[in-house]
Design a protein around this ligand. Structure first.
Ligand SMILES: [Zn+2]
Length: 138
């Protein structure tokens, strides 16, 4: 289950709409306790994919390290990744599956004509994505 601060979710939605028709991406900063992840903030990362930003995203290793540093300053960890699917459903692709880690939450936002129409969070269980419940707070 994912608990996310309302302000963090609002930031992700605004970022996904701003970056349409390209995929936006970033990291979720928070705390993990077993299968419960609580997100207090987000760290925007540029989409480092060189030529397929409309249907692929990539987070550069140096941005990951910067996000980790930022998280540590607040006593937090990286607990997941978010990205958008312009004109596609909020369901992970095969490409998403290949790069996913166990123990992370993956928020995917569906953006249609520049507006976020839905979002879902997924977690990896035995190399398969399973949808997880999302609760906002704060
Ligand atoms: Zn994707």
């Amino acid at each position: 289950m994912l608990r996310i601060k309302s302000s963090a979710l609002q930031k992700i939605v605004a970022q996904a709409e701003r970056d349409y028709p390209y995929e936006t991406c970033g990291l979720l900063l928070g705390k993990s306790e077993g299968s419960l992840r609580t997100v207090f903030g987000v760290y925007e990362t540029p989409n480092a994919n060189p030529d397929r930003k409309h249907d692929r995203y990539e987070i550069a290793p140096q941005d990951y390290l910067l996000a980790e540093k930022k998280a540590r300053q607040f006593g937090l960890d990286i607990v997941g990744v978010y990205h958008s699917h312009p004109d596609h459903p909020d369901i992970p692709s095969q490409f998403d599956l290949e790069r996913a880690f166990e123990g992370f939450s993956y928020i995917i936002l569906s953006v249609s004509k520049g507006k976020v129409t839905s979002y879902r969070s997924w977690e990896l269980q035995e190399r398969r994505f399973v949808e997880e419940e999302v609760i906002t707070f704060g």
